[in-house]
Design a protein around this ligand. Structure first.
Ligand code: 5GP
Length: 127
């Protein structure tokens, strides 16, 4: 499978320090930061530092170390934001959009962590 990564995408520019971000957590392989257009009181984006376009690219080609680090950071975000039910929060939703059907805007893999309110049903019917 050939994946084409655009190094000029906005998250690549954030990772290079060309655009500022409000960082929540940074590790060797992962960055978590607040979404610029929050869809809920809690809206954090978790991205790998590696050049992966979407979830299936990351899951296929990232190292075990990158995948473990990313997953741990996402879990820490759920707790740090107070959203995690196990930490007394009201719960959260994680979303990863991919491609045209997934309506992905930024072609660098990212996980949305949303919470702070009841988020409604997972998908709205289009018919
Ligand atoms: P997607 O539609 O690709 O799943 O989500 C992209 C997300 O990136 C959107 O929620 C959008 O608000 C966010 N976003 C786009 N540009 C920037 C930016 O420059 N900074 C931050 N923090 N978030 C951004």
């Amino acid at each position: 499978m050939a994946y084409s990564y655009d190094p000029q995408n906005i998250f690549a520019r954030i990772l290079r320090g060309e655009i500022p971000n409000k960082t929540v957590i940074e590790t060797e392989h992962t960055l978590a930061f607040h979404d610029i257009g929050p869809q809920a009181p809690i809206h954090v984006l978790v991205i790998p530092k590696g050049a992966y376009v979407n979830f299936d690219h990351f899951a296929t080609e990232a190292s075990a170390e990158e995948i473990a680090d990313f997953t741990r950071v996402a879990g820490r975000v759920c707790h740090m934001t107070g959203a995690a039910p196990g930490a007394g929060g009201g719960g959260y939703r994680t979303i990863s959009n991919a491609g045209e059907a997934g309506v992905q805007e930024v072609p660098h893999y990212h996980l949305h962590v949303l919470g702070g309110r009841v988020l409604g049903r997972m998908l709205q019917r289009q018919d």
